[in-house]
Design a protein around this ligand. Structure first.
Ligand code: NAP
Length: 311
């Protein structure tokens, strides 16, 4: 079958595109490699999506978006796409489960958490090192927890982790947070939360579990080793140092800047019939509300592209 619209990525941008394209009576295939909902499913409570006044979880909000996309006829498949031929009138994607063909393609692959990139990080991921507070906070009930980063994610999740941890220490490479003022206010008001400023994590150590880490004061060069209490044996390290766009599949095909796909305001890329929406796109503000808006615009533009082709 040749679909009118194939959407790659099942986060808020992809789901919103599926709702709009499905509602325009287009045949839609939504392909997602992991869980539908995107990275926001890791968020414990969303308070800035318009209408969300009850701090609904990301999983619940995107669950409703998924159900809505289905009511408009969007088909969904879980597959990892490894090849793409986006030029020409039929766009072809190849995944582990098969080949998918569509007349228009909306790329909504999102972004993934950036790693610190220090020795020991890969080996200790899932063994003390985490990139998702909602997923892993409960494992650190009553233990000390450290958070790396100074942006919205780091500070917001540090406040959330304080509900579980014995105490939470935010390690930031500067002496000022990047996080929004209202998020900072919540952090400074949290008695279990403290900060280590001007510091970077340079090495993680542990035999099976995270047991100690080395910090470097980036101003003085002083190195400090933080060790787990003997009684605890371990501690948690949550890393929130930004996101990297998941655009590798389109390397050399789509125009990008620092990996983020460049589009016009109609979400059109440099290839006719290929649109990009959400966090994978170069844009000013990466939020659920802007991802959903991108998806709606991309679907509307895809509709116009198909109509112009008399499809
Ligand atoms: P971000 O805004 O890019 O912040 C990344 C933080 O990590 C910065 O404080 C940065 O330090 C630090 N950092 C970067 N690389 C580092 C490294 N190698 N080692 C140590 N620290 C490093 O990322 P984010 O917080 O994940 O947010 C991503 C996007 O989602 C943003 O647009 C954000 O506004 C949005 N978001 C919004 C909300 C909300 O509205 N409630 C919640 C979460 C995320 P510097 O400050 O020194 O650069």
């Amino acid at each position: 079958m040749i679909y009118d619209v194939i959407i790659l990525g099942g986060g808020p941008a992809g789901l919103s595109a599926a709702i709009y394209a499905g509602r325009a009576r287009r045949s839609v295939l939504l392909i997602e490699k992991g869980a539908f909902g995107g990275q926001i499913i890791q968020s414990s409570g969303i308070e800035n999506y318009p209408g969300s006044i009850e701090r609904e979880s990301g999983e619940s909000l995107t669950g409703r978006m998924s159900a809505q996309a289905e009511t408009f006829g969007a088909e969904r498949v879980t597959d990892t796409v490894t090849g793409v031929l986006p030029e020409g009138k039929i766009k072809t994607l190849t995944g582990a489960k098969g080949k998918y063909e569509g007349r228009a393609l909306i790329v909504a692959t999102g972004a993934a958490p950036t790693r610190i990139g220090c020795p020991g990080e890969s080996e200790l991921t899932g063994r003390g090192v985490s990139y998702c507070a909602t997923c892993d906070a409960a494992f650190f009930e009553g233990l000390p927890v450290y958070v790396v980063g100074g942006g919205d994610s780091a500070v917001e999740e540090a406040v959330y982790l304080a509900k579980f941890a014995r105490n939470v220490t935010v390690i930031h490479r500067r002496d000022a947070l990047r996080a929004a003022k209202y998020i900072q206010d919540a952090a400074f008001a949290e008695p279990k939360l403290s900060f280590i400023w001007n510091s970077a994590v340079t090495e993680l150590h542990g035999d099976g579990l995270l047991e100690s880490m080395t910090l470097k004061n980036v101003k003085t060069g002083e190195m400090t080793v933080i060790e787990a209490d003997k009684a605890d044996g371990t501690f948690g390290l949550f890393v929130f140092v930004g996101m990297s766009p998941m655009s590798e599949l389109f390397d050399g095909l789509l125009d990008t800047e620092n990996g983020y796909i460049l589009t016009d305001e109609g979400m059109a890329t440099n290839i006719p019939g290929v649109f990009a929406a959400g966090d994978v796109r170069k844009k000013l503000l990466r939020q659920v509300v802007t991802a959903a808006a991108d998806g709606a615009i991309a679907a509307a533009r895809a509709e116009k592209y198909l109509a112009d082709l008399h499809c």
